[in-house]
Design a protein around this ligand. Structure first.
Ligand SMILES: [Zn+2]
Length: 166
């Protein structure tokens, strides 16, 4: 078990595009366990993408049951090589990021998505989800393409908010 260091903006690694996972082996399992430990080490953390720990692989973890307002009936998701194939029901929502600890932002996200991905064994899966979980998946998936919420806001003056506490 290991808690990984989380990179913070403006670390240049956060701007890189990640590579697909092609080998589903013990090393991958160990790395995903480390990502889980890392999420658990941060209060209310609902998601983490591999590149935030310096590893440029297309892996994201989401757990909206850990939110400040937990979403009932949800558990940890491990999505490998995720791809969102349907987006609908767009809304402006507030989001934060472990890599940008001093700010939150208003960002436009789809409240309903369908995502294809592979599980830890490399099996193809599909998931339809809504609301906060859908929103969190879009945020984490952006990390795989080097996109931060700072890249999604239209106006820093009206869409960016300084956090009062970390
Ligand atoms: Zn983030």
């Amino acid at each position: 078990m290991a808690i990984l260091n989380v990179l913070e903006f403006p670390d240049p690694i956060l701007k890189k595009v990640c590579k697909p996972v092609t080998v589903f082996d013990k090393n991958l399992e160990v790395f995903v366990e480390d990502l889980k430990d890392t999420i658990l080490s941060h209060n209310y953390c609902v998601g983490l993408a591999a590149p935030q720990t310096g590893s440029l692989q297309r892996i994201i973890l989401i757990d909206v049951s850990r939110a400040r307002k937990p979403v009932p009936g949800k558990n940890l998701l491990v999505l490998i090589n995720p791809e969102i194939i349907e987006f609908s029901d767009f809304k402006i929502v507030r989001e934060g990021c472990l890599s940008i600890p001093d700010f939150t932002a208003n960002v436009k996200r789809a409240m309903k998505i369908k995502v294809n991905y592979q599980d830890i064994k490399g099996e193809n899966k599909s998931l339809e989800t809504v609301d906060f979980e859908a929103h969190a998946i879009q945020h984490e998936l952006d990390h795989l393409d080097g996109i931060l919420f700072l890249d999604r806001i239209t106006s820093p003056a009206s869409d960016l908010f300084r956090r009062l506490q970390r």
